[in-house]
Design a protein around this ligand. Structure first.
Ligand SMILES: *Cc1c(COP(=O)(O)O)cnc(C)c1O
Length: 397
């Protein structure tokens, strides 16, 4: 099918939650993808921070094919070998002792919310309330949506799940004031993604940890986007060595095969007893095998370190570019999670970049966003910088 045929069928049969798009992509390899007409693009968005190892990484593809021939699904009524291997491997590299697997980011956050509430219930405390940040993004199911501090996502979906309080991000005083005795959980992204690629001030996350510990509140980091090497360390909590009680993962976990995870400390694990929570597909043989292979490649020596260097190189070049273009207000990010705030809406720039053969995206109307695969090299970065420079010139920004 060509792009127009795909688009026509889409308009007829798919609910219009995603709006009009320009491209239909049909093939990928590493940092490159091809559309239905065979045109090649450099993918600097990686399926929204998902294909961290690049498209169709040979080791992940091989793991998927091998597992698909052996066993795809059995449900959690039975023990699942790839799932337990994945959990063991994650625990070796992450603070979390115990894991619950699901299908994506919103479900992982639902599991975190349910675990915290039930943990306090099980130990006889009344602490069901939850503090979250403004501009946060935690997913689209009703619980995760209620945790999301962006009114535009709430419109028309009232009543939301009760018990959530919103505070400004990167503001310890506001957080302190919001933590009443009924609050049992704080959920934060270590760097806010969808809300505009907002990097908190140094000392904020350690301050949050101290507040939560002093006030007997659980701390969950939503690392659905920041996790799995995206910010230049395997998990973003490692930058300032702030250990939360709960972590949620998804996007990059299966390099494109849907899987999410919620990890917690041993102490918290008593919150969930048999029957408390479940997920039919959670950690099934196929998705767990893909995630296991992904994590094995991701933890090979040097891969994440090199991506951190690429990120620093990319950000330096963007800062240089910003000196010549007054339309750029700020370049922010860490590792290969990068946002560029403009003084105007960036949709025309994204379109110009697509025309130049570069895939990128937005984080709010005025923030251009790059989330390339972690395997990119400096040639790819130079290519994107050149395209960005040419697009800015062409738009006269
Ligand atoms: C994408 C994202 C989610 C939601 O993940 P889904 O898999 O779309 O449900 C949650 N939290 C953060 C930080 C995200 O970036």
């Amino acid at each position: 099918m060509n792009t127009q045929e795909i688009k026509t069928l889409n308009t007829e049969h798919i609910l219009n939650t995603y709006g009009d798009r320009r491209l239909a992509l049909v093939r990928g390899e590493g940092a490159r993808v091809w559309d239905a007409e065979g045109r090649e693009y450099l993918d600097f968005f990686a399926g929204i921070a998902v294909c961290n190892l690049g498209h169709c990484h040979p080791k992940v593809t091989e793991a998927i094919c091998t597992q698909a021939k052996k066993l795809v699904h059995v449900s959690n009524l039975y023990y699942i070998e790839p799932q337990v291997k994945l959990a063991e491997k994650l625990s070796r590299h992450c603070f979390a002792d115990k894991w619950f697997f699901c299908n994506g980011g919103a479900e992982a956050n639902e599991a975190a919310i349910k675990l915290a509430r039930r943990y306090w219930t099980m130990i006889g405390a009344n602490k069901p309330e939850i503090v979250v940040a403004e501009h946060s993004f935690h997913g689209r199911t009703l619980g995760a949506l209620s945790a999301t501090g962006q009114p535009k996502y709430h419109y028309g979906f009232d009543p939301l799940v009760p018990g959530f309080h919103y505070v400004p991000y990167d503001d310890l005083k506001a957080l302190d004031a919001a933590i009443t005795p009924q609050v049992g959980l704080v959920i934060l992204e270590p760097i806010q993604g969808e809300g505009g690629v907002r990097v908190p001030s140094p000392g904020y996350l350690p301050g949050v940890r101290r507040l939560c510990s002093d006030k007997n509140v659980l701390l969950a980091f939503d690392e659905v986007q920041t996790g799995l090497g995206r910010t230049g360390t395997l998990f973003a909590y490692a930058h300032e060595n702030v250990i939360p009680d709960i972590i949620t993962l998804a996007k990059g976990l299966g390099n494109g095969v849907p899987i999410g995870a919620m990890g917690c400390t041993e102490k918290l694990s008593e919150g969930f007893s048999p029957g408390a929570h479940a997920c039919t597909f959670g950690g099934n043989p196929l998705s767990a095998a893909a995630a296991l292979a992904t994590f094995e490649v991701l933890t090979e020596p040097g891969l994440v370190e090199k991506s951190a260097e690429m990120g620093a190189y990319f950000i330096r070049q963007l800062v240089d570019l910003s000196l010549e273009h007054k339309s750029i207000l700020e370049v922010r990010g860490r590792g290969l999670m990068i946002g560029i705030e403009f003084d105007r809406e960036v949709a025309p720039l994204v379109a110009a970049m697509h025309d130049a053969g570069i895939l990128c995206g937005i984080a709010g109307p005025r923030v251009l966003r790059f989330l390339p695969p972690l395997i990119i090299d400096s040639t790819a970065v130079d290519c994107v910088i050149a395209a960005l420079e040419a697009s800015l010139e062409a738009l006269q920004w």
